[in-house]
Every structure is written in structure tokens, then in C-alpha cells.
Design a protein. Sequence first.
Length: 595
Amino acid sequence: MKQILFPLIMLMAAALSMKADNITVDGTSRSYNVYAPKNLGENRPLLIFCHGYNQDANWMQNSEFKNDKVSMEKVCDTAKFVVVFPNGINKSWDTSGNRDINFVKAIINKMVTQHKIDRNRVYLGGFSMGGMFTYHAMNQIPDLIAAFCPVSGYPMGGATANAKTRPIPILHIHGTGDGTCTFSGVQPALNVWIKHNGCPTKDKVVSKYNGFSGAKMHTWGPGNDGVEVKLLELADKGHWICKETQVYTGKEIWNFCKNYSLNKTTPNVSITAPKTGQKLVSFGPKGETTFADITITATADDSNGSVEKVEFYDGATLLATCTAKPYKATLTGAKAGKHTLKAVATDNDGETSTASVEVTLQAPSSFTVSSEFTEGGALPAGWTTYDSQDRRTGYGNGFTQGCRVLQFTGSPRGFNYGLYFRNISGKAHQGWAKYGLSDGGTTLTLAPGHYMLKYKICNWNMSDYGDVELSIEKGTGSTSIASQTYRPNINIGNVASNSFNSPEQQTFEFDITEKGDYVIAIYSAAAEWSDCIVGQLILSATSFVDTGIGITNCQQPVANSQYYDLQGRKLSVSNPSGLRKGIYIKDGKKIFKLR
């Protein structure tokens, strides 16, 4: 009998410690469950966690947050914080208005009075529709919530980030087998906040997270004010909360949230330019490649004092110290490689905060422009697309329609991934993909010389095929200096699982006469719904102009002279006026640039 009574007594004690309560909000009585550990003390944190659609607080607490070894109450007992499971009206949440936002505010106020919780350490999460509401609250009450933890839910109409809010710490937990809120929608929602927070666009990944083979932790950060965005990916998990002992959702939420508080005494600092992940690709003679100066700008303030200085670093090298606005520095003469640019703000109390971005400088002789075509539904960094209606810039993810990378699965197939773009209107140059535009996050600098662009291109859904124009344009992407038109002879047939042979590799050669920033542009045909698939793009420099030799401008070629191209090939030119614009060696002595 004693063996039966003891667990019953323990169960009754746990039930008594989780108290159901009510509060009136905007004239309506609202209910919730609250658990406060014994010997809580004062100024302890608060976690509010919202149930899913057609569920309630009891179900969330007793079904989704318990297993044989772990419960949310045990996490609270160990870490000493309060947890509240609120009940939505009609078992749902207001994900666009203020009804439930006001409910959360009221809960916070009551917990301050009842349990003397710390207003600066209030955290909000939710499952399914509760996760959708959590995203809504990020924009509505970022000044009240220190960190957010949505689980298996995101805004179905697309996430937005209020530019006026502070950097927002987010831990999103989601199963890849979720059939209600599919996993493919998670990344687009997170991308909005990754960008808002100034986090790196490339994630750091820990596989077999906590030793659990079915878990993978993605981290973007640190961003502004050291904030991170995390995604806990659960392989094959469906639309439910993970209760594995190794990866227990309640514990993961607490371990993330405990790092954040609203009452920062340290200064706020963020880098506004350049964007994290920016890449500078520069072609030039070996040992002579140079990169454009990089201007670093930052904002800084201090809520409880003043900013004394902002120091800028390239790695450990101090670039500049600013004691007044504007806070900016210039990185000059940088060498190829990855650079971590930092802004360190120091306030009048001597406390510091750091913001950082990563930029990559490359000096190749050959560069695979399509190297990041590795993810279906994404637009890689460096690329910008336009289909006459929608303009997209990389890096972006989660696209199911429109311009994006497609993954091909047919056998045989010419390539595994290809960048698809289209022209909806049919007007000339209204459907394109461009590499090197400033908004795409990559700058392509070319020194004077002869270049070769190798490519493999086909059509996606044009059985009669459509011409594709390749163009080398000046940095603004508006003035062409060389172009070539190619008509594909392979059409995939509008289905990614179709078989297709590899397109024959084509070559586009061109000369650069002035060092500068350039754009590789590819245009689909001037026809409604014309399209193109780029499967391979490799840019190489075959020769450069010797920088020790002057280049003479020439409007017209000289008759009775022998011309050579930069590869040393003798040109058979019966009529000199037939030479195209470019750089030539005349009579084996002088270099002429024909305009």
C-alpha cells in the first residue's frame, strides 16, 4: 500500500503546485496555469508558453511538456523561474491584433505583483499557432520580451521584422516531418530576423546535437549586440514537441533564454555596413591584385550613460577609434582571405559591447560563379534576379515559386542544381539573373585583360527554345561592354524529375579595357514566360595587360599594321575597321585600346 500511496502523494503535490488562475483583460476573464518553484526568491525570470490551435494550457503542460524523466516543473525547480501556460480564447490565438498581446502584458504585470519576477527577464514561446503568435509578438512587444522561442509554428503569410525594434534573440524548434507547418517554411521566416539582427547569413551547424542523432542545431550569429538566431532541426519529427531526454524542449528553451535580458547595462552597437557575408572577388595579375577600400559604419548608444568611443578592428588590428558620431572607419590595402570586421563600443562606465561582420576577399585566376548552386529553393549570395514583377537578392531561401535554384533528380541529368529565372512580361531585358550587383552582396572587380566565361545553359519550359543573352556590364548593371547570344537546344520540360542530357559547354570571350567593378548578366528571351536554367558558370582570366606598359587609346585601328590579341595570336585582318572593341598589341610593341 505504501508503494502505491507515495507516487500518488507526489502527483497530488505537483498538481497543487501548478495553479490555475484568472485575470480580466479588456473586460474578458482570461485563464492560465502558473507554476512557481518553492523558495523562488525575488527578481527571478518568467517564461510564458502558448498552446497550439484547438489545445489548452492543461494539455500543453501535462501532455507536451512531460516524459518519464523530465518535466517543465523540474526545469523550473532547478533554474528557479516561473512558467505560465495561458489559455487562448476558443483555443486559438490572435496572430494579427492586440487581444492576446494585451493578455500577455496583463500576465507579466500580475507575475510582477504576485511573484516579484524580473521584468527584464521575461521570455515568450509557443507551439504551432502559439509559435505563430510568438512571431507576432516579436514586432508588437519587443520592449517587454527578452527572447522568443517559437516551436513548430511561423507566420503562414510570411514573416516581417519591425525595423524600429532592437535585435531579437530567437530559438526556433521544428521537425522536418511536420505535415501541418512544413519545415520548408521555417527558413524564410528566420531569414527576415537574421537580416534584421545583422547576423551572418551562413549558419554554424552542430550535428548530433547533445549526442542525439536526430537533432541538428543551426546558429546564425553573433549579430548586433551579440544576439543569435538558432534553429533546432529535428529529423523526421512531426507536428509535436520534442520530449527526448537528450533534447527536451523545455530545457532547450531555458538554456537559450537565460542568456538574454532587457536591462543591458552595456552599450548598444551595430554595424550598418558592410553586410555580413559580403564577398569581394578581384581578378588581376598575380601578386598585383588589389581590392577596393571597404567603409565600415556603425551606430552606438547607451541607455544608462554615454558612449565614450567606438573602435574598429580587422581581426586584432585596430583600424580607427571614433569618439563622436559618425562612427566609421576604412579598411584599405586588405589582402585576400576572410576578414572579421568588428566595432567595439565603450561607455562611460568602461563597459563594452561588440558587433562583427564577416567579409571575404578572393583573388582567383578562375572562379566558379555557380559554385553555390547547392540548395533547392534558394537564391545564392551574390545573385540578383528579376522576372518583370519580383526582384530577389541573395542570400534568400524557402522559395517555392519564381526565380530560384532548382534541384534536379532525373536520371540521366546534366547537372544536379541550376538557377532558374524567367520573363513574365515578354519585354526585352525584363527577365534576368545578374551576379555582382551591389544589393546581391558580392563585388566583381576585373583588371584589364582577356577573359573567358564558360557556361552550360538550357531552357526550363520552352519546347521551341528561346534565345539567351549573356552580357558583361559595368558595375551598375546598365551599360554592356560585351555580349553574346546563345540558343539552347535542351529543354528540361517543366518538371525537376525529368531526365535531360548535359548541355554542351559554351564559351564567351571578352576583353576588359579599364579596371573596375563589373556584372555578369544573363537575359531570357523577349517573349512572355521565356525562361532559362544556368547550370554552370566559370569565369577565367586568360591574360592580363602588363601594368608597366602604357595603354594608348585609339578611336580607329591603323591600316597596314599587324595586330595581335592578348594571347599573342596573330589576327588576320584585311580591313582594320573590322576589329571589335578591345585591347590589342600593334606591331608587337604597343598596346592599343580600341574604343
